[in-house]
Design a protein around this ligand. Structure first.
Ligand code: SAM
Length: 308
């Protein structure tokens, strides 16, 4: 498989230019995926610099290990979720890092592989786990959550206005017949929506399920906190988010507040403001990049420097 078939890195130059402050530093790519960003970091650092690549998806780890087999003196790759970030850094014998990059969400390879169950356009099991050893699948969520919990999930994580109606329909349907595949679920939702907006609804429902299955917002919050703990003063955090829930969390974190993930009106303060944003407005891909890689269209990059 070619590198571009696996995943085309988004906002590549922008992300890496914000990230690197010292060519001999240590940089953590917390979402190595197919290794697009890591490759660029390797290009920009000196022989003394180090990259630590992390991914919770074993396939991504195997792919990147193979891709970078010639660079083992400079890049170490580990399987693990964000909650293990500090432990992984410590086990690598490193005390503090110069930068952390998080390119959130899933890779093209994960979306395109029907057996992973991420896409409503491809028939596959209702799985959606990034780590195939994770305990809960989308099937479990759809079949075991109460109607009220499903409605909350679709409303808060999918920002779907018809959350309650869709949850109701799922619960009625699952009692008669199971929803085994992505297509079963997609067809049920298609049957309730008229024409134009159906794909938007499908994206929102699939997004909500994916966030729940992989505990994505809580993972992000952990990554930011742990990243802060292991980051040197003057070090940088760069995050590329693909939906507003993640982006809002990152923005709040850099401002010294935490947005709680279910209730948007509940703000959890962090001890003090420790970051300074490196740009005024959120950074979006250029129209050229979006034309080349339509999957970049929802990306929003934020970068900040640790100031205390
Ligand atoms: C958008 S892709 C990254 C692509 C990568 N930057 C590249 O250039 O190929 C996101 C990757 O992050 C991983 N990931 C998402 N959430 C994670 C988490 N909480 N812990 C570890 N890895 C995670 C996914 O498995 C996926 O491989």
């Amino acid at each position: 498989m070619s590198i571009h078939d696996y995943h085309e890195a988004v906002l590549l130059n922008e992300a890496v230019s914000f990230l690197i402050t010292d060519p001999s530093g240590v940089y953590v790519d917390g979402t190595i995926g197919g290794g697009g960003h890591s490759e660029k970091i390797l290009e920009k650092i000196s022989k003394k610099g180090i990259v630590i690549g992390i991914d919770r998806d074993r396939e991504a780890v195997a792919y990147s290990k193979d891709r970078f087999k010639k660079d083992v003196s400079q890049i170490q790759i580990y399987q693990g979720a964000f909650e293990a970030l500090d432990q992984i850094v410590q086990n690598a014998g490193i005390e503090k890092i110069n930068g952390l990059l998080l390119d959130l969400g899933i890779s093209s390879h994960q979306i395109d592989e029907p057996s992973r169950g991420f896409s409503y356009l491809k028939e596959g099991p209702l799985d959606m786990r990034m780590d195939l050893q994770g305990k809960m699948t989308a099937y479990d969520v759809v079949h075991t959550y109460s109607e009220a919990s499903l409605a909350d999930l679709f409303f808060y994580y999918g920002e779907e206005r018809r959350a309650r109606q869709i949850a109701r329909k799922i619960v009625i349907w699952r009692d008669k017949e199971r929803l085994d595949s992505t297509t079963d679920l997609a067809n049920l939702i298609r049957g309730m929506s008229s024409g134009r907006f159906v794909n938007k609804t499908l994206s929102r429902i699939f997004q909500a399920l994916r966030i729940e299955v992989n505990n994505e917002l809580s993972q992000l919050k952990t990554a930011l906190k742990k990243g802060d703990d292991v980051l040197k003063l003057g070090g940088r955090v760069v995050v590329i988010a693909y939906h507003s829930l993640e982006d809002r969390l990152v923005k709040r974190f850099f401002r010294g507040e935490f947005l709680s993930f279910l209730r948007q009106d509940m703000i959890e303060p962090v001890e003090s403001r420790r970051f300074r944003a490196l740009h005024k407005k959120v950074i979006r891909p250029s129209t050229d990049e979006i034309a080349r890689n339509p999957r970049a269209r929802s990306a929003r990059l934020r970068a900040a420097e640790k100031i205390r």
